[in-house]
Ligand binder design. Structure first.
Ligand code: FAD
Length: 327
């Protein structure tokens, strides 16, 4: 049976969003290729996660071993290379996450298989995998192709595929014996280092006012803070604001910050680099304010306002106060 293989990623007993995203992509590929959608779950005491996965895959391969309790690229490589060698899937999907970036290149090299990294979308035929990846810091989408006749591996960027969210399968869970995991003692899990708590959790906010380099000066940030407060929202920002140490990292939206899905996202003076867009594109309503009518942020905005943010902020703040007083 032809097979599409997805590596399930989990941390501290919870499946990570990227797993559901890859299963959604895997489902599309499996339907097109008339293949079985299989997910591999390496871990320890993770049967409940296997049951969760079985709602969206035809088959869950559960590989339990105490040495797989925490991610280890060496141990995962042994598990996957054994499975890929015996099962010969058409393609293996791995998240382009800290774990996937550590795992996929070594795995591909060990198996002598083509690898496409950080893919935004995939097209599969009998012979070839075509992947869309970004180059030049996200300015160009490039199509790359590789042979998949003897199998191939792709890492998928987080947030580019929407998870199905509903139960689409009633898959089987098959327990697979863990390989010997020889030589993995060179790599040892020590601890998870949690991100520093910056006193704010922007992922929980219903309304976000996000500032970018257009705010121009640290002295201007209170103006945006006042606007956020008047709207009952939370202040967030693009990366340059954090790089300049104007706001703590906990406020950053984007690939190297947080992914947010508020009801309303107001982007002030943010150009719309893909690294930022990935973190906010699923917001309910996106309002972008920018002096430049060609700013890429307008491509994802529901409402685009071409103006100076310093003219816009006081007007919206007054309007918000007025509306609150009427309540
Ligand atoms: C590996 C990597 C990871 C990254 N991760 C992230 C990330 O997680 N999050 C993130 O945001 N970025 C990230 N970046 C950076 C990203 O590529 C962009 O450089 C960044 O998002 C740009 O921030 P910005 O839009 O605030 O600034 P700019 O691109 O400089 O845009 C400023 C905008 O403000 C507008 N403007 C200026 N003055 C005004 C005014 N008075 N009124 C209205 N508009 C005005 C300008 O027209 C412009 O469009 C990452 C980059 C790399 C390489």
């Amino acid at each position: 049976m032809r097979e599409i293989l997805v590596l399930a990623e989990h941390r501290k007993g919870v499946l990570r969003d990227i797993t559901w995203e890859m299963l959604s992509l895997g489902k599309e590929l499996a339907e097109k290729m008339e293949a079985q959608l299989t997910t591999v779950l390496p871990g320890y005491e993770v049967k409940s996660l296997a049951d969760e996965l079985s709602t969206q895959a035809d088959l869950v391969l559960l590989v339990e071993d105490e040495r797989l309790q925490n991610f280890s690229s060496m141990a995962y490589q042994q598990v996957l290379s054994t499975l890929i060698t015996t099962r010969k899937p058409i393609i293996t999907l791995i998240g382009h996450t800290a774990c996937g970036i550590d795992l996929a290149p070594g795995l591909a090299a060990a198996l002598g298989m083509p690898l496409a990294t950080d893919c935004l979308s995939l097209t599969l035929t009998e012979k070839e995998l075509t992947a869309v990846r970004q180059i030049y810091g996200g300015k160009v989408n490039a199509e790359v192709a590789c042979s998949c006749e003897k199998g191939c591996i792709a890492t998928i960027r987080a947030g580019v595929v929407s998870p199905w969210g509903e139960e689409t399968r009633k898959g089987k869970v098959e327990v697979i014996q863990s390989p010997s995991l020889e030589g993995i003692s060179r790599q040892r899990f020590i601890e998870y280092v949690e991100a520093a708590i910056g006193g704010v959790d922007i992922t929980q906010a219903d309304i976000i006012v996000a500032i970018g380099r257009g705010i121009q000066d640290k002295e201007n940030i209170p103006l945006a803070e006042e606007l956020a407060k008047a709207l009952g929202g939370t202040l967030a920002c693009s990366r340059p604001i954090v790089d300049k140490k104007w706001l703590p990292k906990a406020h950053q939206v984007g690939t190297s910050g947080k992914t947010v899905r508020p009801k309303a996202y107001i982007a002030l003076g943010i150009s719309g680099a893909f690294q930022h867009i990935v973190g906010m594109k699923d917001s309910g309503v996106i309002i972008a304010v920018n002096k430049d009518p060609r700013a890429p942020i307008f491509e994802v905005a529901d409402y685009g306002i071409v103006c100076d943010l310093f003219d816009f902020m006081p007007v919206l703040k007054e309007k918000a106060k007025e509306l609150l007083q009427r309540r």
